[in-house]
Design a protein. Structure first.
Length: 452
């Protein structure tokens, strides 16, 4: 871009006398040396300037839209040999002028950014000053109180722990809604009304959080929950204090503590009733389990007693069978030995019978137990027949080929054969009944756990 170079101020700072050539002050009317009028000299100077070629200043600028730097780089005057025109060419220095120019550009940008920041700050101040006016505190507080009333009503209508848990969920949802309103209030600045309104919401949230805590009440922990009415005392005091502070700002808000306390009392009654029901259930369950354990112990003791006598009886039968086989093998045996063997067998069987009869059989084992006793009673009677057969053989030795031919022994032999089958059957029935009795004890149902 080429710009016409105007004559410099220094070149026109003095007036040259046309007569003597002396340079005098610009504002002088006459030459101070020769006294010639300088008006004539000025006219001559203007004529000379008109005859001279114009000086042209060439400037090379990176961007035509940018402002020309206030301080120009160094200049060098060059005379064209082929013409009489003189031109002034801008020469780029070795970095000095460029750094000066860049500094000037940074200064412009710094000033622009500073102005922008200042404008944004002023806008923010204006927004903060006016946003409180756009927040409807009354509507937000009214909505919060309505949320509280809904949660309190739900808690007051609950009749058991399950319904209290549902009411707690309602209170928790209401608290979340109020939290959103609280964020709006807090963004409205630090005005007295904003601060007081936010404090009221915090207090209402504290009340709701106590009701929401009812969701943690379980039937087995109800006795440790504590009274809701006591836990609400502090939050209600905080709400009332915040409301008093809010009322001084001209915004009237009220809180009815009556329904809240009534709902809390109702909840406490439900929790207390649940705790009492759980305690009764624990007592009843402990009683059932104690009886169950007692029945197991009694059955085990009875089982041990019967098994011991059964084992003894089996041994007695083996001993008698061994004696009879020895007699049948031809071993000489006296009548006295025979009478003593049968007498001892009867006595020992009677002892087994007595021990079995003394064992306390559970009701479920009574029938099976009685059958065992009946078999042993028949075995004792059979031995009486055996002794009678031995006497018959002794008294009529020549009338019977052997003692087995006597009526008494035949009766004994017949009964003994039947008993050999009856005892295992009776014992198997007893074993079966024993297993059923044990299973019945294990299957005893505990009292149902209350739901509260």
């Amino acid at each position: 871009m080429a710009i016409l170079n105007e004559p410099s101020v220094e070149q026109s700072a003095a007036a040259e006398c046309s007569s003597c050539g002396h340079l005098g002050p610009e504002d002088s009317a006459f030459c101070p040396k020769c006294g010639t009028s300088l008006d004539v000299a000025a006219e001559g100077a203007e004529t000379e300037l008109e005859d001279q070629p114009a000086a042209i200043l060439e400037l090379v600028v990176a961007d035509p839209t940018e402002e020309v730097p206030a301080i120009l780089p160094l200049q060098q005057v060059r005379t064209d040999e082929e013409t009489t025109d003189a031109s002034v060419e801008v020469l780029e220095p070795e970095g000095a002028a460029k750094r000066s120019w860049l500094r000037s550009r940074r200064g412009i940008w710094t000033a622009s950014i500073g102005s922008l920041v200042l404008a944004l700050a002023l806008a923010a101040v204006a927004f903060v000053a006016t946003r409180g006016e756009s927040v409807d505190f009354a509507a937000g507080l009214t909505s919060a109180m309505a949320e509280l009333d809904t949660a309190v009503e739900a808690a007051g209508e609950a009749e058991n722990l399950a319904e209290l848990s549902e009411a707690a969920a309602t209170a928790e949802a209401a608290s979340s809604e109020i939290a959103l309103t609280q964020v709006v209030f807090e963004s409205a600045g630090a005005s007295e009304r904003s601060v007081a309104s936010t404090a009221v919401l915090r207090g209402v949230q504290s009340v709701l959080e106590e009701f929401a805590g009812l969701s943690e009440v379980e039937i087995d922990s109800a006795s440790r929950f504590g009274a809701l009415t006591e836990r609400l005392e502090r939050p209600l005091e905080d709400v009332n204090r915040a409301i008093s502070s809010l009322n001084t700002t001209g915004l009237e808000v009220g809180l009815e503590a009556g329904p809240i306390n009534k709902a809390a009392e109702s909840a406490d009654e439900i929790v207390e009733a649940a705790a009492a029901a759980f305690k009764d259930w624990e007592t009843a369950t402990a009683d059932v389990r104690a009886k169950q354990e007692g029945d197991r112990t009694a059955l085990a003791s009875y089982e041990a007693a019967v098994r011991a006598q059964s084992s003894t009886y089996a041994g007695l039968r083996e001993d008698l069978g061994s004696f009879i086989r020895r007699v049948d093998s031809g071993v000489t045996t006296s009548f006295t030995e025979g009478y003593e063997t049968f007498a001892v067998a009867r006595t020992k069987r009677q002892a087994v019978r007595t021990s079995l009869a003394s064992a306390t059989a559970p009701d479920s084992m009574a029938a099976a137990h009685a059958e065992l006793l009946a078999v042993i009673d028949r075995s004792i009677d059979a031995l009486e027949s055996a002794s009678e057969g031995l006497r018959q053989y002794e008294q009529d030795y020549w009338g019977y080929m052997t003692y087995k031919d006597t009526p008494g022994w035949k009766t004994f032999s017949s009964r003994s054969d039947r008993i050999s089958g009856e005892w295992p059957t009776a014992l198997a029935a007893w074993e079966s009944r024993l297993g059923e009795s044990s299973a019945a004890i294990d299957a005893v149902e505990l009292p149902p756990k209350p739901k509260g």
